[in-house]
Design a protein around this ligand. Structure first.
Ligand code: NAP
Length: 321
């Protein structure tokens, strides 16, 4: 029986189930500004390290890898931390964003606009390692299956195959300990298995919270032994989800916060989760998940909140060809 603290990805790689999310900004429309705010990472990531986080979910596009790298470097220098204690994830190949979203063109690209996709992926990966000041990462994911507006399936499949085979090179030379995907639908996973059968993704990182579930995808990943990682586990604070009466009632019954209930639901459902907060007290409570357990009726009640059309903070991966 798993202790819910880790998921075994491969013979050699054990992934923690609670990672600190390293994306800062607003992409759910709470402010006029739509985009990333990496400057917010300095204080939050420093606090997260002080409050015991050792697993970090980053991405080339977030612009926060240099900040995490600098903060880790200070702790390495003081002898307070060793590389082996950390689990660092990066994500590469983020498509170009709509014009109103403030994402750097240096960090986003569409495969049809890039001359040599494999070389672009190698260059972005090298930049991520440089910014992190690390020799290797623990997990590297394809951030999105393809451009948001592309309709050319053959081109999209070829690009995914090329990116995946390039990730295979990183794995081969130990620059990443495991590889996986993010925002992949069942169709994307099936196509990748056909097009590049050599290596199976260890992970699929997708939007997953009580208001956004995809039982078909969850079943497929379970059957294929692809670990599910829930991003935006609190729906990025949107939809009033953290005030939902069902969640509040369960939280009150256990004498814990709604955030703890949501994270415990993820863990007991066999998933890892990536909560992000700027507050030290929430960093502590978001890791304080092992003094209570949800019963089957409570798990089913939370599952039930996600029945029907998912409410998403990010685009629906099923609409990407
Ligand atoms: N693969 C992808 O395409 C993708 C997409 C989106 C996100 N992600 C990953 O997922 C991570 C988390 O996603 P996210 O930042 O969008 O959203 P999130 O973790 O679902 O929610 C963050 C929001 O919840 C609040 N919060 C945190 N802990 C709380 C608690 N215990 N009680 C009440 N409120 C709480 C935070 O506010 P305060 O800061 O004020 O506490 C913040 O407003 C990202 O950082 C990134 O690593 C991946």
């Amino acid at each position: 029986m798993s202790d819910l603290k880790t998921i075994q990805l491969t013979d050699d790689v054990c992934m923690p189930t609670n990672h600190f999310g390293c994306a800062f900004g607003d992409w759910v429309g709470k402010t006029d500004f739509q985009g990333f705010r990496p400057e917010l990472a300095w204080e939050a990531l420093s606090l997260a390290l002080d409050n015991g986080y050792r697993a970090f979910d980053g991405a080339h596009v977030y612009g926060t890898e240099a900040i995490l790298g600098a903060l880790l470097g200070q702790r390495f220098a003081r002898g307070e931390l060793k590389r082996e204690e950390l689990f660092v994830t990066t994500k590469l190949a983020h498509p170009a964003a709509p014009p109103h979203v403030n994402l750097s063109h240096l960090r986003t690209w569409d495969a049809d606009a890039v001359e040599d996709v494999a070389q672009r992926v190698r260059d972005d990966f090298a930049k991520s390692l440089d910014e992190l000041h690390l020799g290797y990462v623990d997990l590297t994911l394809i951030h999105w299956p393809g451009p948001f507006a592309n309709q050319d399936l053959a081109l999209a499949r070829q690009a995914r195959k090329t990116i995946w085979e390039t990730f295979g090179e990183f794995l081969e030379r130990g620059a990443t300990r495991a590889i996986g995907v993010s925002n992949f639908s069942v169709a994307h996973l099936q196509q990748l298995a056909e097009d590049a059968p050599g290596i199976k993704p260890a992970v699929n990182q997708v939007e997953l919270h009580p208001y956004c579930r995809d039982p078909e995808l969850e079943a497929y990943c379970r059957e294929q032994e692809i670990a599910l990682v829930a991003y935006a586990p609190f729906a990025s604070g949107a939809f009033g989800m953290l005030q939902d009466p069902v969640l509040s009632e369960i939280a009150a019954a256990h004498g814990v916060g709604v955030g703890q209930v949501v994270l415990r639901w993820h863990l007991q459902s066999g998933r890892a989760a990536l909560p992000k907060t700027s507050k030290a007290s929430r960093m502590r409570s978001n890791q304080d998940l092992f003094g209570f357990a949800l019963d089957d009726a409570q798990l089913a009640a939370i599952d039930g909140l996600g029945a029907g059309e998912p409410r998403r903070t990010c685009p629906d991966p099923r609409e990407i060809v």
